[in-house]
Design a protein around this ligand. Structure first.
Ligand code: ADP
Length: 272
């Protein structure tokens, strides 16, 4: 399968209804196997570092990668693996938690806008403004009329960013409810993972269906030409990392980034 077809299968088509039941979290069909994934992933991580350097040198655009997932979906692991080759100087990860008092006194996009990567940089959002139509909706943290308006507000905000040369990629790491159970159990059993366990996650797990529904609506309404959503089957970590890296590298390649040409005739310069 060619790369174009590969991305078509994980892209949420702008304007189309996204049904998560149509995406199998177990899927590994786009890759020829674990071995091949490892080799390709190593290449992509190297390539990503090269592309980042040109992005930085070019200093015209920035790249924003948004990661969303259910608890245990693997946002942290994805960042750790896929971004392992990046130059920390041109890259920033922002994790969005429950809004602070100051943040809640502003509009919901205020803290997000401030964290958008500057020109030449790559920014990764671990959670994002989508929490404002996910957790906020599921827990009724604001009235329905308020969160209902947000899809449109998000689209307009992301459109503005894209017009300002921010390239946006959004990934939903899709795990099954069974897989979440396995991962939460692992946090209980493995002493090195105990710190990740929170009883709150079990409360959220009870709301699984509500969350899936909220995700479906966010993905349906906010996958746009200028800021597409991708659904990454994420039960298998190697596959999740491989596919996400492939998508990021392919998108950056399509930008046709180039090193700036010298503004003066360098052949005339002599260093004494
Ligand atoms: P993570 O699970 O991402 O590793 P935490 O365990 O600190 O990190 O979880 C962050 C919490 O902040 C999540 O429960 C998430 O739902 C919550 N959160 C993030 N953004 C918002 C928001 N805008 N409104 C309410 N809660 C939010």
């Amino acid at each position: 399968m060619g790369m174009k077809d590969l991305f078509k299968t994980i892209l949420v088509k702008p304007g189309a209804k996204c049904r998560l039941s149509e995406y199998d979290p177990e899927d590994i069909s786009l890759c020829s196997g674990k071995e091949a994934a490892r080799d390709e992933m190593a290449k992509d991580i190297k390539r990503l570092a090269e592309l980042q350097e040109v992005l930085y040198a070019e200093d015209k655009r920035s790249v924003l990668i948004i990661l969303q997932a259910m608890d245990g979906g693997g946002k942290d692991g994805t960042i750790k693996h896929v971004m392992s080759g990046l130059n920390p100087q041109g890259c920033e990860v922002t994790s969005f938690k429950v809004p602070s008092a100051e943040e809640s006194d502003h509009d919901f996009l205020w803290r997000i806008h401030k964290a958008v990567p500057r020109r030449g940089n790559i920014g990764i959002f671990n959670r994002s403004h989508y929490e404002d139509v996910l957790v906020v909706r599921v827990h009724n943290l604001v009235p329905t009329e308020v969160w209902k308006e947000r899809y449109d507000q998000i689209n307009r905000f992301e459109k503005l960013l894209s017009e300002m040369s921010v390239v946006i990629l959004k990934f939903f790491l899709h795990i099954s409810k069974e897989e979440q159970k396995k991962r939460l159990q692992e946090r209980l059993k493995d002493e090195t993972k105990n710190w990740k366990f929170s009883e709150l996650d079990l409360k959220e797990r009870e709301l699984w269906d509500d969350y899936q529904q909220a995700y479906e609506e966010a993905l349906s309404k906010c996958s746009t030409q200028w800021a597409p959503w991708y659904v990454i089957p994420a039960n298998h970590k190697w596959y999740r990392n491989w596919l996400l890296a492939r998508t990021v590298v392919d998108t950056l390649e399509s930008l046709k980034l180039s090193f700036p040409v010298a503004r003066t005739d360098l052949s005339k310069i002599h260093i004494k």
